[in-house]
Design a protein around this ligand. Structure first.
Ligand SMILES: Cc1cc2nc3c(=O)[nH]c(=O)nc-3n(C[C@H](O)[C@H](O)[C@H](O)COP(=O)(O)OP(=O)(O)OC[C@H]3O[C@@H](n4cnc5c(N)ncnc54)[C@H](O)[C@@H]3O)c2cc1C
Ligand code: FES
Ligand code: FES
Length: 472
């Protein structure tokens, strides 16, 4: 039976919404219901003016306030959730993060300010107020100095108020949803079998996870989705499993959980996640969504290709596993067939036979440090034997072809060679001509070709510096 309403809690008050489009964005709803403190700047996740907090499950499994961009979130995705908007943070007196912004004069026109307040608010309760908690917020007039001073003011304060107390009693488990409104259907199953059955019943349904990519279809392209199946609550897709040999990451695990729970295992993954979008996006974006978009400039595919990751895919007829190297079939095309869902990604930890040392790192070149898409992304894995000869090589790139790709010819050339600058220089010409990238607004084809070769040289140089450091 269908749910007749979307129920959520906003600033402590229960809201019951009927006959409303499930794909209306949360921001559109907030502003149309007179909660106009939350602003719209870009409408595509870049400026942070629309930031709100939800009470969600953190990487430690406990309830946390989490910042997210309301401009990208379909309303039905937050059904059953508890939300705090900028109207809800002051409790009789200014909230400490508001007071700090006033004290440091962190606001001029004020358009960006509600977004900054909400990012500071969530970081405050995590005791994690720093520059990175504000990386997803832009200010065009105040200047960041005074905003950073506000962050410094609240950095060391221990939260002790009703918001902090509330976290210990909040519930974050999502319940199943089957809502129809505006002639649109939104399902949120909690079991994989249910999700697969829904896909069989609705072959044209659109899968949605964090909606950080799909949200742009709603805001910018005004696309109409008649049936959506959300994977956000599917138990089997939310697990991170570790054994001594491998790590398996569920497709619907938010990137911020991966950042925390797998930190230190794969240096190249740690590095790329650090530069991936911004906090608000990483709180929602998933690894399954990053592969599902099949974007040639997706940042995780190069990292996962360089680590020989495998993708597990399920349908009602069973489960299969494919190498990520075989997953991308063409521009925005994947191995996924109708009725199939990405369940997880598995990465083996072990080096190749004969190796005694593994070098692995990733690089992202964009127009700015954080919250930007790549011009070129690269990830490398090199396994060396006890005489520093290469026994295994993976060089993977994004932004240089219609799909994320490996430089297979160069990988083969490297096998058996010593890990020296001479080897790097020898393969440079082949590497420079390995791909035929496009010229676009972000960079020319020639620039991209140079990056392909130079980033590998950078990787070599850094690996030598690391050796020098380790040897004292
Ligand atoms: C401001 C901004 C910054 C961004 N920065 C970056 C960045 O730095 N690097 C980067 O790589 N990307 C970036 N992105 C793109 C996006 O955040 C990522 O691709 C993200 O990983 C998508 O995950 P999601 O869960 O939000 O996917 P969704 O938007 O929910 O879905 C994306 C696609 O994948 C499909 N899909 C989702 N899950 C599955 C599944 N389990 N099985 C099959 N198909 C599935 C959906 O049907 C849809 O087609 C950015 C986006 C924004 C708006
Ligand atoms: S309006 Fe700019 S991030 Fe949402
Ligand atoms: S105060 Fe005007 S944009 Fe930040």
């Amino acid at each position: 039976m269908s749910d007749v309403s979307l129920n959520l809690t906003i600033n402590g008050v229960g809201v019951r919404l009927k006959d409303i489009s499930p794909t209306m964005t949360l921001l559109e709803y907030l502003r149309s219901s007179d909660r106009v403190g939350t602003k719209e700047g870009c409408g595509d996740g870049d400026c942070g003016a629309c930031t709100v907090a939800i009470v969600g499950q953190g990487a430690d499994g406990k309830p946390h306030y989490q910042a997210m961009n309301s401009c990208l979130i379909p309303l039905a995705s937050v059904a059953g959730r508890e939300l705090i908007t900028v109207e809800g943070v002051a409790n009789g007196a200014l909230h400490p993060v508001q007071a700090a912004m006033v004290e440091t004069m962190g606001s001029q026109c004020g358009y960006c300010t509600p977004g900054f307040i909400m990012s500071l608010f969530t970081a405050y309760y995590d005791r994690a107020v720093d520059d990175f908690s504000l990386e997803g917020n832009l200010c065009r007039c105040t200047g960041y100095l005074s905003i950073r001073r506000a962050a410094e003011l609240v950095h060391s304060t221990a939260p002790d108020d009703t918001f902090a107390a509330h976290l210990s009693e909040a519930t974050v488990d999502l319940t199943p949803l089957n809502y129809s409104g505006n002639d649109q259907q939104f399902y949120r199953p909690t079991q994989l079998s249910e999700a697969l059955t829904l896909l069989q019943q609705h072959p044209d349904a659109t899968l949605v996870a964090g909606a950080t990519d799909l949200g742009l279809e709603l805001t910018h392209r005004r696309q109409y989705f008649s049936v959506m199946v959300s994977l956000e609550a599917v138990t089997e897709l939310k697990r991170v499993e570790q054994t001594p040999e491998a790590v398996t990451i569920g497709a619907a695990v938010p990137l911020s959980h991966i950042e925390t729970n797998l930190h230190g295992i794969f240096p190249s993954l740690d590095e790329m996640l650090h530069w991936f979008a911004a906090r608000q996006i990483r709180n929602r974006a998933t690894i399954g969504g990053n592969l599902g978009t099949a974007s040639p400039i997706g940042d995780l595919p190069p990292v996962l290709l360089a680590l020989d990751a495998e993708v597990t895919i399920a349908s009602l007829t069973g489960t299969r596993t494919v190498l990520l190297a075989d997953f991308f079939k063409g521009y925005r095309q994947t191995e996924l067939k109708s009725g199939e869902v990405i369940v997880s990604v598995t990465i083996l930890k072990a080096m190749r036979a004969g190796a005694v040392r593994r070098l692995s790192q990733s690089y992202k070149i964009g127009k700015r440090g954080t919250d930007d898409i790549s011009i070129v992304a690269a990830a490398f894995t090199i396994d060396l034997d006890d005489s520093d000869r290469i026994v295994h090589a993976r060089l993977a790139y994004g932004g240089v072809a219609a799909t994320p790709v490996r430089a297979i010819e160069v990988e083969a050339m490297l096998i058996g060679q010593p890990w020296t600058l001479a080897t790097i220089q020898q393969i440079q010409p082949t590497l420079r001509s390995a791909f035929t990238p496009l010229t676009d607004l972000r960079g020319s084809a020639d620039y991209r070709k140079l990056l392909v070769a130079n980033l590998f040289e950078k990787f070599f140089v850094e690996s030598q510096q690391l050796c020098t450091l380790n040897n004292g």
